[in-house]
Design a protein around this ligand. Structure first.
Ligand code: SF4
Length: 184
């Protein structure tokens, strides 16, 4: 199995940029987690995969550090202007569809020991997260952790592999990270 095929597969499945990254290059920054806690995206205390339900940053960091490598994915979408909120929301939905298609390809075609998928923002697999109904997560196998809740500095990680952070005027970019462990 050649893990470099992961990049080709991702591009084929509509990621704009993809790269294999080393977990050692991940920088954690409590500021990103603090933004979740200030409810910047509106998902605080509303989703199993977001704070506070997802657990403290220290525990998430430990989980991330169990891995050695990951596939960093970026999708870039055109929007009308930097105020085009509707366009940004629709781009986030498209990004997650692409992210899940790539994840499915990895789960089906690669013999990996373990995977931890982290996506931008809250888990949106269910129309209404079970957290809001005081119920356990309905699909733990499908739930996606929030990259922000883990305090991962996405910009620094993109820089570490030469991926652009900004993709031009009237575009919005979203990032996901699929951590994996190879079978011995
Ligand atoms: S799978 Fe459903 S219940 Fe579980 S975290 Fe995602 S949205 Fe919430």
């Amino acid at each position: 199995m050649d893990i470099n095929n992961l990049v080709g597969d991702s591009l084929e499945l509509q990621a704009t940029h993809a790269s294999i990254v080393n977990v050692a290059d991940i920088k954690f920054n409590e500021e990103f987690r603090a933004m979740c806690e200030k409810n910047v995206c509106g998902s605080y205390n509303k989703n199993w995969m977001c704070p506070p339900a997802v657990g403290p940053i220290s525990e998430l960091k430990e989980r991330v550090l169990e891995f050695t490598q990951g596939l960093l994915l970026q999708t870039v979408h055109e929007i009308k202007s930097s105020f085009d909120w509707k366009g940004m929301m629709s781009a986030a939905v498209s990004h997650t569809v692409i992210f899940r298609n790539i994840l499915e390809r990895i789960e089906e075609n690669y013999d990996l020991d373990k995977i931890l998928p982290l996506n931008a923002g809250p888990c949106t697999f269910c129309a209404k997260c079970a957290f809001l109904e005081d119920e356990p997560c309905r699909f733990p196998d499908k739930a996606l952790f929030s990259v922000e809740a883990c305090g991962i500095d996405v910009m620094a990680l993109e820089k570490s592999c030469g991926m652009p952070y900004y993709n031009g005027k009237n575009t919005v970019s979203y990032v996901g990270l699929i951590l994996f462990k190879l079978n011995d």
